[in-house]
Design a protein around this ligand. Structure first.
Ligand code: B12
Ligand code: SF4
Length: 613
């Protein structure tokens, strides 16, 4: 095949334990199929010498285009509030210093606030949602010398504060989706507004007349669209190990204990606290069953045995998931030497749908554990929160009970996750949820408190509308806020950049990661009334209410948001010690033994120190 030029893909993610940048395997597969040489420059294992690695790479090469993947904007932990985008920006700045090639950014974290991040990073282009199609079109346009800013779906940087999107033809052909009813929040109780100290407004640049396709509607943020057209669904993504300038899947497995497998992209549901229907798309892009199982076969043959699904939820579109599991079982049964026999699958699920046949298929295919996002048990909490695209609730507590029972009956471990702090949460609702989930006796039960808000989740849209740019709403919080948090709805902003920015930065451009905690939780008025209040009583309640004898099987929030007790994966001391000792699989599967494992890690460290003396 004709080689059209080099595209370089950079991974700036340096969180540990390391997670393979699966996205870059997907993009490499699509770019190579389209005739582009593709290199991956992976900085995950170069915490201290990433500049040297970039320098050595770009001194020797002149790519046509550089893509940077931005998986996580921050830890998304309401207590920790640790941004990652500043590190990504440092990497991007260095790339720009080293090469004249244009830079495009993408990734699921990026897609939660893509206009603001194209602006903040100062890159030429961005892609919201799956990148395969748009990245190939962009590389092709650059290769042919055509204007890149006619590539459908591409975000184009037109100068400070001014990022526009080339409308995809599929969307210009149909009417905008009707807004769906949102969760009703308690009426706002305004705080007095301080004198606004606005960040200087960037000059707005006129759009050139030669680009008629570019969107001119300032509010067009491409919210909640179906993005299935952007994804590659038929090819088996090529997964490699130990090949220079490609993702090294085996190394990631050895150092992080997990691989990933995607069976479909997107989510058709609309849970009020979730970024995924917007960031990944509101339709399912289902992959060909044979392509997925070929890929699982390839990974297990390379020695990557523990695979975590990377779908938003594995059990949605359950007929497709069942076909896939049947194909794994068929191939395992047909060949006694199949590497699929060593597969251990770990899946994210919602409480429903989940039936007997599904549990049996999961177990037969090698599923080791099911992680279920139950979130709450009280119907009035779940109403308007855990809902379909039409706004109707899709499960109740009985579904979680059934899922745990079926999973255990079929020999699979379970992790049940609850989320506290949504509007309407009180001490009573929290207590009932803890008691009923503890009674379930899942392998592990995780309790989180507080929500990191992102611009296009339904809860954030609703809070911004309540603030309306003139008042704050109780419960809005950021550890670095210096004044009450007043959000502006998109319609009141001059651009999507301005709208999205306010969830990450304050008016002076300093980090201010906006979060939400129910003001009806048992906190002092001074805490609820302060934009920097810390919901300490609620954390204390959780620690005290659950008896110490049960602490081995729960994950509880801590005030620092990052410790061996949290389910915060980012640089978690328990997880890094797990991986040093060779444990694999979902980390929660080892949670009950964490004390012994941590002690083992201490002994291991002492031995290592002694040996080095
Ligand atoms: C599975 C998963 C996990 C597993 C990973 C297991 C494994 N071995 O893969 C575990 C539990 C370990 C995990 C941990 C964390 N996760 Co996680 N995770 C996911 C999940 C469900 C799938 C990620 C994935 O691999 N997707 C499949 C790949 C192929 O898709 P993709 O990355 O989106 O890439 C596509 C596009 O984004 C785009 N694209 C990507 N890069 C680029 C680059 C360019 C140039 C272009 C053009 C396009 C492009 O094209 C790609 C192909 O279509 C996502 C949610 C989701 N549905 O994606 C959350 C998600 C990414 N995780 C999230 C977070 C916050 C974390 C943690 C930081 C949490 C924490 N504090 O512990 C850690 C970080 C771990 C790390 N080292 O990075 C958030 C990020 C949100 C944000 N605003 O940043 C998400 C979105 C969940 C959520 N709803 O909030 N995670
Ligand atoms: S089911 Fe709900 S929580 Fe899960 S990805 Fe879809 S919208 Fe998000």
């Amino acid at each position: 095949m004709e080689h059209k030029g080099l595209v370089t893909l950079v991974n700036p993610n340096q969180i540990h334990p390391p997670i393979a940048p699966y996205a870059l395997d997907v993009l490499t597969t699509a770019l190579e199929a389209a005739g582009f040489d593709t290199h991956v420059v992976d900085l995950t294992f170069h915490l201290d010498d990433w500049q040297r690695v970039l320098g050595a790479y770009f001194r020797a090469r002149r790519p046509l285009l550089v893509g940077v993947t931005c998986r996580n904007t921050d830890t998304v932990y309401a207590f920790e509030q640790r941004p990652f985008v500043d590190r990504y920006k440092a990497v991007i700045d260095e790339v720009r210093r080293l090469t004249p090639a244009p830079v495009v950014t993408g990734g699921v974290g990026f897609s939660t606030m893509p206009f603001a991040l194209v602006d903040y990073f100062g890159v030429e282009y961005g892609v919201k949602g799956p990148g395969e199609k748009i990245l190939c079109d962009l590389a092709q346009a650059l290769h042919e010398g055509r204007p890149a800013d006619r590539v459908p779906g591409l975000l184009v940087n037109r100068g400070p504060g001014h990022v526009v999107r080339v409308p995809p033809p599929a969307l210009t052909a149909r009417p905008a989706p009707a807004p769906r009813p949102r969760r009703t929040l308690p009426p706002p109780q305004p705080y007095p507004l301080p004198t606004p100290r606005q960040r200087p407004r960037p000059e707005s640049l006129p759009l050139p007349e030669s680009l008629p396709l570019l969107t001119r509607a300032p509010g067009d943020a491409g919210r909640f669209e179906g993005r299935a057209w952007q994804a590659e669904t038929e090819l088996a993504y090529v997964r490699r190990s130990g090949v220079p300038h490609k993702v090294d899947n085996l190394r990631y497995y050895r150092e992080g204990g997990l691989g990933g497998i995607l069976t479909k992209s997107g989510c058709v549901y609309r849970c009020a606290q979730c970024v995924e229907p917007d960031a990944k798309g509101t339709q399912f892009a289902r992959r060909g069953v044979h392509a997925v199982v070929d890929e699982i076969e390839s990974l297990t043959a390379q020695g990557v045995y523990d695979l975590h699904t990377t779908d938003s939820e594995f059990n949605l579109s359950i007929a497709h998931s069942k076909w896939l599991l049947r194909e794994i079982v068929r191939r395992r049964d047909a060949d006694a030497t199949s590497p699929l026999r060593r597969l251990r699958l770990w899946v994210y699920c919602q409480p429903a749908p989940f039936d007997e046949e599904f549990a049996e298929l999961l177990a037969d295919a090698g599923c080791a554990g099911v992680n279920v996002g139950t979130d709450h048990v009280r119907p009035e909490m779940l109403d308007g929160w855990k809902v379909t695209g039409k706004g109707t609730r899709y499960y109740d507590f009985a579904d979680t009970v059934r899922l745990v029972e079926l999973s255990h009956r079929h020999g699979m471990l379970t992790m049940v996750e609850a989320l506290f702090g949504m509007p309407g949460e009180t001490l009573e609702t929290m207590r009932e949820c803890v008691d009923r989930l503890m009674a379930l006796d899942a392998t592990v039960t995780g309790f989180s408190l507080g929500l990191r808000l992102f611009p296009h989740m339904d809860l954030a849209i609703s809070l911004a509308e309540q603030c309306d740019g003139v008042r704050t709403v109780p419960g809005l919080q950021s550890n670095t806020a210096t004044r009450p948090i007043v959000l502006k709805p998109l319609a009141r902003c001059s651009s999507p950049v301005e709208y999205e920015r306010q969830f990450m930065f304050d008016e002076s451009g300093d980090f201010r990661l906006v979060c939400y905690f129910s003001p009806d939780l048992p906190e002092a008025p001074g805490t609820v009334g302060s934009p920097r209040g810390i919901w300490q009583n609620s954390v204390d309640f959780l620690w005290n209410h659950i008896p110490k004898s049960e602490h081995h099987r729960v994950m509880l929030p801590t005030l620092s948001g990052s410790s061996e007790n949290d389910n915060n994966y980012a640089d978690n001391p328990f997880l890094t010690s797990l991986n040093r000792q060779g444990f694999t699989g979902a980390f929660w599967a080892h949670w009950r033994d964490r004390e012994a494992i941590m002690n083992g890690a201490d002994a291991f460290r002492e031995l290592a120190t002694e040996a080095s003396r």
